[in-house]
Design a binder for this molecule. Sequence first.
Ligand code: 5GP
Length: 194
Amino acid sequence: MDLLKKKIREEGVVLSDSVLKVDSFLNHGVDPQLMDAIGEEFAGRYGDESITKVLTIESSGIAPGLMAALKLGVPMIFARKRQSLTQSEGLITSKVYSFTKKEENTISVSGKYIHEGDRVLIIDDFLANGQAAWGLIDLAEKAGAEVAGVGIVIEKSFQDGGGNLRQKGYRVDSLAEIESLEAGRIKFKEDKAA
Ligand code: 5GP
C-alpha cells in the first residue's frame, strides 16, 4: 500500500534493528485519512469473505480495526489487556507476551460479543513474533468463531510471526512488509507483482 509506505518512509523512526516507531500516525497520533484508506484496503481484500466481526486489541489496533469494520459494515470488538470491573461475565482469556513492553498480559473478550457462527477478521498494527495475533486467534477460536484471516498494518518480515501463521494455514494480509531495519534504514520487501 503506497500511501502507507510513503508515510512510513517520511515519518517512521528506526529505534533499533528490530523496532520501528510510528507514533506520528499509528501508535500515538492517528492519521484519520490514512486510517480511512487502510480500512478501505482491508475491506477490499476481505469483502468476499463473509466477515461478521473485526477483532483487534487495544490500543493501537483500534483505529485500523474500526475503519476496517466500518468499511466491511460489521461491528468491531477489541480485546482488553486489563480486566475491567464491569467486564467479568462470560470472559474468554488468553496469555500474550508483549514484544515492545517485554511483559505478559492476559487479554480478554466477552463471549457476549463474539461467538459461534462469527467469521472473524483479526486486525493489528504490527506483526513481529506473532504473539498478539496468536492470542487473538486463540480468543476467537475459544469463543467458537472462525478466523477468516489476519490483517496487519506493518509486518516486520525479518521476524517469524508472519511465517509461522502462514505455515499453520492462516491467511495473513500485511499492508506494508519491512524486510530490514538494519543500519537505521527502512527496507521494504519488494512489492509482489499485481
Ligand atoms: P508480536 O506479538 O507479533 O511479537 O508483536 C506485535 C505487537 O507488538 C503489536 O501489537 C505492536 O503493538 C507491538 N510491536 C511489535 N513490534 C513493533 C514495532 O517495531 N514498533 C511498534 N510501534 N510496535 C511494535
